[in-house]
Design a binder for this molecule. Sequence first.
Ligand SMILES: Cc1ncc(COP(=O)(O)O)c(C=O)c1O
Length: 444
Amino acid sequence: MSRSVEPIDELPGKKSAELQKLRDEYVTRALGIVCPAFIEKAEGSYLRDVDGNKFIDMASGIGVNVLGNLHEEIVVALQRQLERYMHLCFGVVHFEEYVRLAEKLAMITPGDFSKHSFLNNSGAEAVENSVKIARFFTKRPGIVSFVNSFHGRTMFSLALTGKDVPYKKGFEPFPKEVIHAEYAYCYRCPFGRERDSCSLECLYALRKIVSSPENKDVIGSLILETMQGEGGFIVPPADFIRGVRDLCNEHSIVLIDDEIQTGLGRTGKMFCAEHFDLEPDMILTGKALGGGLPLGAVTGRAEIMDSPPKGGLGTTFGGNPMSCAAALTVVDLVQKNLNRVPGMNERIADRLHDMQSRHTMIGDVRGLGLLMAIELVKDRKTKEPAKEETRKIVSSCAKKGLVILSAGLHGNVIRLHPSMLMDTETLDCALDIIDATLHGIEKS
Ligand SMILES: Cc1ncc(COP(=O)(O)O)c(C=O)c1O
């Protein structure tokens, strides 16, 4: 597809609107949508809809297509796999792709110790299983999660998720064993402090939770995103992450690092944990891992991963051969292209900071690697979230041919999810559209 996008007269277009009728009639209304177009073809960093409209893809299917859409080498790997077998179930017979991927995961995840993996179908399933395994190992049911976190939408992963609306409200009750602690969200410090001059009150509060008499012998695990994803690409201070690791060590708490969104090169390192020299006890991957096919993985210290009895873990489709074949290629390609990320980060960060100097709506620019975000406010002093404006920007960008995602506790963050193979021309074009849209919204 050519490298340009045009403003779109009508969104959804005629054919998309026809299909939309089917959606309205037969698909649950509880599913949201970012851009109301039906896609005919997705290639590299571009999407083309059934009406011929073209979009730059800055959503990557919510952080999945780290190498763009329909990467040739992934397609070839899948074609080859199709000729051998599609589904066997690793609980019935063995197949090579599963063990090769487990080996790769052990090699690329942080920590120089023996690691074992369990492969599943999705991020949420990886989260669920990590909690099961940690509980079995520690025999302590309590788990600490963080405010503003996102860990999935199945019942336990939803319990861990730290955002109520629209994810949790009305779906209660949730297990009482989950305790939410404050995250180091420095732009909106829950303790009213400023970054760089605080005393890590968030860490102090976490310490109080973990060592309180009622929790002391109950909490066995802690799950965190080393950079919050859905929460709006919140990068915590390194001392916060170090403090969490120390605290877990002191209390023999299993530290689960949820890298479902941040893993596989997105932050410029294979895993975000590497930015903080963190060695988690378990690390969760998903999204990008399957190259577009459903796949999640729990990788952890062998003694923890092996603690449940034989048959204690299992799944019909998890780690299916097609997903594993794609994942093996994804890991190789990410390793090969990781060196592209710092340059892309610099380009995006420079542009976003420049926009911040001209658009007062941008309260904060943050992120790592390809995962950069802007937090939009009505007023820089009060930091009142510009939620409605953010919604308008996302929708207006779609009409200009750019698909982007919002995020954040208040829905006022725009997060970018470009593929690491996006070319400079396309990247610049996407950033130009955001800039022009911000300008338009501020003037209106
Ligand atoms: C950090 C994190 N954990 C877990 C999940 C859940 O993954 P899935 O949607 O594949 O169940 C997500 C999805 O956005 C995520 O970002």
